[in-house]
Design a protein around this ligand. Sequence first.
Ligand SMILES: Nc1ncnc2c1ncn2[C@@H]1O[C@H](COP(=O)(O)OP(=O)(O)OP(=O)(O)O)[C@@H](O)[C@H]1O
Ligand SMILES: O=P(O)(O)OC[C@@]1(O)O[C@H](CO)[C@@H](O)[C@@H]1O
Length: 307
Amino acid sequence: MLYTITFNPAVDLVMNTDVIHLGELNRVKRDEYVAGGKGINMSVLLKRLGHHNIATGFLGGFSGDFIQKSLKEEGVQPEFVDIDAITRINVKIKADQETEINANGPVIQEKDIQKLFNYFNEVLVKGDTVLLAGNAAPGMTSDHYVKVAELCASKQVDFVLDSNKDLLTACLVHKPFLIKPNAQELSEIFNVKVDSIEEVIHYGKMLQEKGARNVIVSLGGDGAVLLTETGEVYQSSVPKGEVINSVGAGDSMVAGFIAKYIESGQYEDSLKQGAASGSATAFSVGIATKELIDQLIKEIEIKRIGG
Ligand SMILES: Nc1ncnc2c1ncn2[C@@H]1O[C@H](COP(=O)(O)OP(=O)(O)OP(=O)(O)O)[C@@H](O)[C@H]1O
Ligand SMILES: O=P(O)(O)OC[C@@]1(O)O[C@H](CO)[C@@H](O)[C@@H]1O
């Protein structure tokens, strides 16, 4: 079974306008509410690509109800711990630039965290895949991420992790199947400015030395680099298109990659589908459709650049 975990989900309120004037009343041209949070975005994309999956984490209040309903409409199975608090709303402004305002989200009580761990302890079996994505909710620490990584390792479950510097590095010793830092996160991890492909490869390999089995470094509009556990390095191109809202592009890339890897075990095809999924989401409001992903796949080139 495929599971996603979002500790701090969000309703993304996407506002489209031409320009934002700080300190003034701004009226937008168009607004949409989308179920969000990194693991949730992955669940939606996995399902659209034909992979049944279970979305987990913590949800509460009217915003939590909205997310549950949206997931059910997508055909994703929600198995969230119900909390006595309101799931956050994150504001995503698409004007001449993209601006994101992410709320803190509710504090998660230890008893609720325990409920989620008990659930995973019971359901996980060898061969499952768990995708843990997004930041910690208030009340949670890197220890909770490490506990998930440890549990997956002990049950021979593939663990996919997309999170920030400290949460990501804390889990490497448990050998995640895949991590996906972007260039900025890679720079933060090593406290350097990574701006060439050679540097991406160098620091990506260092993450493998620390335990990551496969590493994708995503580079926004410049594509991505994949370092595989079998030693090859691949680079993906980006297709042409109009960027509507790049929120969730990274999540889509991970989900698109995993969907194809589960089907084929083939790295080049998986990177191609991951790259198409990332770009397709950047060219959409919310998460991409399968139709657009299939269309963009034809335009993406994968180049072997190492190994
Ligand atoms: N402007 C863009 N044009 C075309 N493709 C894009 C663009 N932005 C992202 N992509 C595709 O999506 C992939 C992931 O994007 P990005 O590197 O922005 O991830 P991220 O920083 O994790 O994003 P987010 O946190 O918003 O999900 C890129 O590697 C690329 O293939
Ligand atoms: O605060 P986090 O957990 O880092 O990120 C949350 C978030 O910005 O990530 C997704 C896009 O990747 C959005 O749907 C959501 O609002």
